[in-house]
Design a protein around this ligand. Sequence first.
Ligand code: NAP
Length: 344
Amino acid sequence: MVQKMDSIVLANRPLGDAELGNFRLETAELPQPGPNEFLARTIWLSLDPYMRGRMNDTKSYSPPVGIDETMEGGCVAEVMESNNPDYSVGDIILDRLGWTSHGISKGIGVRKIDPIIAPISSNLGVLGMPGLTAWVGLNDILEAQPGETIVISAATGAVGSLAGQLAKLKGMRVIGIAGGYDKTQYAINELGYDVCIDHKSASLHELRKQISVAAPNGVDCYFENVGGKTLEAILPLLNTFARIALCGMIAWYSPEATKTAGPIPTVWGAILRQRLRVRGFIIFDHYDRLDAFLEEVAPMVSNGTIKYKETISLGLSSAPQSFLDLLEGKNFGKQLVRVGNDPK
Ligand SMILES: NC(=O)c1ccc[n+]([C@@H]2O[C@H](COP(=O)([O-])OP(=O)(O)OC[C@H]3O[C@@H](n4cnc5c(N)ncnc54)[C@H](OP(=O)(O)O)[C@@H]3O)[C@@H](O)[C@H]2O)c1
């Protein structure tokens, strides 16, 4: 029997919010690895907010996914056949195969995974790109210091949940912003946030009031993941010389949502008057910090000091709906798709 592979391609570009009709499932014969290549089967696929940007045909830090091309994404996969001397059948790897059940790779930028340290899926979350983003954002971008007050939006997500725990370990006052009661309680009771505020049940003014009560000495650092109402609420509460790590702005990833965004002069004025340091960062510029990050964080994940949560959907075909759910905040922790079984 000829073995098949499934892939999810970008069928067309979203006109407003992304929707299921933007994706298409395709089936093809399993490809054979060429010289120096290997064939791998996907076990876990990572779904990440940046993928929404790849669906647009606009200039960005990475080119968009082409129409009829496989959606891109990070995967934990098992090598099935190999013509590459550096990779053997059975190796568990981290690769960017995309939204696909199988993929061919030359091994460039691929990392071998040690399944002893932590469950292999964690290499897409707390010990992967989102985890590195949290660590770099806190240490290198914000230069966060003990005793300071930090606000972290999307506080229980893949990035936010690690940023919050690391900030607490540093001895900071840590205030989270998350969507819904369950997430705020998890942030406080499990992740150790001092306070976590529900942005969904509060108006802009209520949110600002609640943050100001939680931060009686003002806010020194803002780990910005969302933009939108949360950013507007925080701006006047930032101390003079406060720092913002501009990591993401998920509330504005849909062009529709930007129509209700506050005026630029409000933001510009705050940066000027409060002498803010705002630094955008994209994690692929910071992979030289991977070893230092893993050296510090992997043992804490291994021994349970650092906690993490995953939302798992089953089967590659569930990826489009799970991705739309992620954009609406229906994920709780790192959003993953289980595409294949764990290795035997
Ligand atoms: N700069 C980089 O290199 C880099 C790398 C990785 C991630 N990021 C960015 O970091 C942010 C978090 O990424 P992640 O992977 O950790 O995702 P995540 O937090 O696990 O999931 C996204 C979360 O964003 C929140 N959200 C969605 N729509 C929102 C809205 N309209 N207003 C407020 N919050 C909203 C939801 O949390 P609630 O339910 O709590 O609202 C949702 O669960 C994203 O903006 C992402 O693009 C940037």
